[in-house]
Design a protein around this ligand. Sequence first.
Ligand SMILES: C[S@@+](CC[C@H](N)C(=O)[O-])C[C@H]1O[C@@H](n2cnc3c(N)ncnc32)[C@H](O)[C@@H]1O
Length: 261
Amino acid sequence: MNFLTDIQYPYQGKLAVLCQDDNALNIHSLVADRLKVPLYQSATKNTAEDFFLTWRDDRLKLIDKDLLKKGGLSVDIEPRPGEQRSWPAPKKGALAQALGRKTKTIVDATTGWGQDSLHMFRMGYELRCIERSPIMVELLADGFTRLSEVDWVKNLDVQVPELISGNAIEVLSNLETKPECIYIDPMFPPKRKKSALPKKSMTILRDLLGDDKDREQLFEMAFQTATKRVVVKSPDYAEPIAGKPNESFSGKLLRYDVYLK
Ligand SMILES: C[S@@+](CC[C@H](N)C(=O)[O-])C[C@H]1O[C@@H](n2cnc3c(N)ncnc32)[C@H](O)[C@@H]1O
């Protein structure tokens, strides 16, 4: 495949789609076309790209070249350990406190791997999800499709969150129905430059997408758009994004800063 410009094809040299099952060539080539990346039928450590998208175990996975034989990462739709498995789960913990128990409608402006979104969804909030990385949109779309097929979701006729692809700064400015709460969890620069920790989902996301340098603009737009509050998740070492918040709730190594309108 030939690439024209970096702007048109932002994943040039970084990502390819890998299809190791001839019967699934169609579905893989659709993704490769949508993302405008090469489609390979095999890959080794010498392949130019660092990341691959592939269907394995009935789900779309992102695989790091260094870990080609390992399982890969997909959007995990299972409740977190300790979370109540009924729907809606009780609104408890730092995230629920920050969102507000009376809040009904939320937009997650930085959906990423969807873990916070899915937690909010399981607590019964009415949720819309925005994500600007087309790779993450593919992974999320697969996760939300799997979610819509889960027995309890079908039996209770629960609506899975709407997934909106695009830059939230633009999407929020065009929203017809404004949410009470907007949740943002942008990527902050890491505390240390190099980490010896194994590659986890968030470090892989940073390798792939980089830091979200426009997070302050995103906050401004979120604050203009939400009718009641903006909740910002940040690492515990980071300064609050927009000065002193009205309230702050701490979790493990992180903080939810709440800015009320
Ligand atoms: C730290 S991750 C979010 C993780 C997520 N809260 C979770 O639980 O998996 C940040 C994500 O927000 C997305 N993002 C950052 N700024 C955005 C923007 N302005 N519009 C849409 N998505 C954005 C990035 O592409 C990235 O996928």
